[in-house]
Design a protein around this ligand. Structure first.
Ligand code: ADP
Length: 486
């Protein structure tokens, strides 16, 4: 399909080149043909007019009396001295022929009613006429005038034959040279189009060879800095992004299946062992209790995955309404105190605001997000540690911070902790019941509210998560970016 498309581009290019050239050639041929023929005719007209005028200037010599011989003598001597080759004819005032030049012996110059009328009105008359022998001539009939009185008429005619021949030759040249030129131009265009299209064919073939299995391949850039190279550059950048997305999707599905397989393997192992060895109802009860834990875990993973998947395709809408962030933070503080009791972690609330803070947001999702951060803080803080929950306003945002004095996060992991299934210490987090999805959901909820989240941490000293939420809520029509594909 690609090559037929390119073929058609080549055919179309050649066709349009040829058409344009043919039109240009035809127009210029027509123009020059008319220009030359008009010019040549003008030249003949000028000649006959010139002769008529000369005769008029010498009318006293040629119209001496009604004596025809004398008149002819005058005209003949003028013809010889000027070396005129034209046909000449002299008429008297009554328009009767007096004499004519030698070359008119067997010919007569016509003198039609229009010409007669014009000379009577003392005007010249120019026309193209065919002589009795079929010869085409340009003929002027000019009055010889003295004191507004018609003395006679001169008729001067010049053959159009040589002129006609020149014009015919010109037409022949155009008719022969035109198609010849168009043929060579088409051939040139065809070869030129091939050269122009060759890189497109190369890119098309390379693009056809790129599939999901070899997304690391790139299109050839070529040596030129032209539009095509720019397009290829853009396509290569798009392939970069696609490759990254594919890698992430693959990684994600691999991680997800791994996460779900682990509890399943545990379930199967425990069930097999119990079925083989357990005898008492207590032993079976123990197995079922342990199985319940794994089932809970799987449920949590699937629940979180579902939340993220729905957020990805925009099916998870937020119920935005005005809420009191101050009340929410105080509520979370009370809840944290209960959660921290078993680990004897001291919880402190730092309210750096003088009045109630109200924002636009989805209360349930915000609560879920803060509880995720708080439960992480508790999970990764040893017994007797500290947890601080802070609220303040910075410009047009509310800033909520959750600081702990826990194990901290090594710097090289900080950039990844919001990725799905990312855990700093894989074995340990599994034992803690972590799924590695909590912070991905936190990030999504924060961004869906038009906010941002930042983390700073020091190993063995503690971590600090700071969430910034715009007081006005998210801008209309803005959706958080997909965390898998981007
Ligand atoms: P998990 O369910 O494993 O806690 P999260 O997405 O919530 O997954 O967190 C990702 C990883 O970030 C955790 O596995 C943990 O290693 C690290 N982490 C998150 N919060 C903290 C914290 N407050 N202190 C130390 N490490 C943390």
């Amino acid at each position: 399909m690609g090559s037929s498309l390119i073929w058609s581009i080549r055919v179309r290019l050649t066709f349009w080149y040829a058409m344009t050239l043919a039109v240009i050639l035809a127009v210029s041929a027509l123009f020059s043909y008319h220009y030359f023929s008009h010019n040549l005719r003008e030249q003949v007209d000028r000649q006959v007019r010139e002769i008529a005028r000369t005769l008029d200037q010498h009318h006293s010599e040629i119209i001496v009396a009604s004596d025809g011989d004398q008149s002819c003598d005058g005209m003949e001597s003028l013809t010889h001295s000027n070396n005129w080759g034209a046909y000449l004819l002299l008429r008297d005032a009554s328009l009767q022929e007096i004499c004519s030049s030698d070359n008119l012996v067997e010919r007569a110059l016509p003198f039609g009613p229009v010409a007669r009328q014009q000379v009577r009105w003392l005007n010249e008359h120019m026309e193209t006429v065919e002589l009795a022998n079929g010869e085409l001539v340009r003929l002027i009939s000019a009055p010889l005038v003295e004191d507004s009185r018609l003395l006679g008429v001169v008729q001067v005619a010049q053959e159009l034959g040589p002129l006609q021949e020149t014009i015919e030759e010109l037409r022949l040249i155009y008719l022969v040279v035109g198609p010849f030129a168009i043929f060579w131009l088409c051939l040139g265009c065809w070869l030129l189009a091939e050269r122009l299209i060759a890189p497109i064919i190369e890119v098309t073939e390379a693009a056809q060879g790129i599939t999901a299995d070899n997304l690391s391949r790139r299109l050839p850039l070529g040596n030129y800095q032209d539009e095509l190279s720019q397009m290829v550059g853009c396509l290569n950048q798009m392939l970069d992004r696609l490759e990254k997305s594919f890698r992430r999707v693959r990684q994600f599905s691999g991680d997800a299946s791994h996460e779900l397989r682990t509890p399943l393997t545990i379930l199967r192992g425990e069930t097999e062992v119990t079925l083989r060895w357990a005898k008492t109802p207590e032993e079976f009860r123990d197995m079922l209790t342990s199985n319940m834990e794994e089932i809970d875990r799987m449920e949590r993973i699937i629940e979180s995955l579902l939340t993220l998947a729905k957020s990805e395709v925009g099916e998870l809408s937020l119920e935005m309404k005005e809420l009191s962030l101050s009340d929410l933070v105080q509520d979370l503080y009370l809840q944290s105190r209960l959660l921290c009791e078993t680990k004897q972690i001291e919880v402190e609330l730092l309210l750096e605001v003088e009045e109630e803070i109200r924002i636009r947001g989805d209360e349930l999702r915000l609560r879920q997000m803060f509880l995720n951060l708080i439960s992480n803080a508790i999970k990764y803080t040893p017994e007797g540690g500290r947890l601080e929950i802070g609220l303040k306003v910075l410009e047009d945002s509310a800033v909520i911070s959750i600081n702990d004095s826990g194990i901290g996060i090594p710097e090289e992991h900080l950039a990844h902790i919001f990725d799905r299934f990312y855990r700093v210490d894989k074995a340990r987090n599994r034992m803690d019941g972590g799924t590695g999805l909590g912070l991905s959901i936190v990030k999504w909820i924060v961004e869906a509210h038009g906010g941002s989240i930042q983390v700073t941490s020091e190993v063995q000293k503690g971590s600090s998560f700071s969430v910034r939420l715009p007081l006005e809520g998210p801008e209309e029509g803005k959706h958080p970016k997909s965390t898998i594909l981007v």
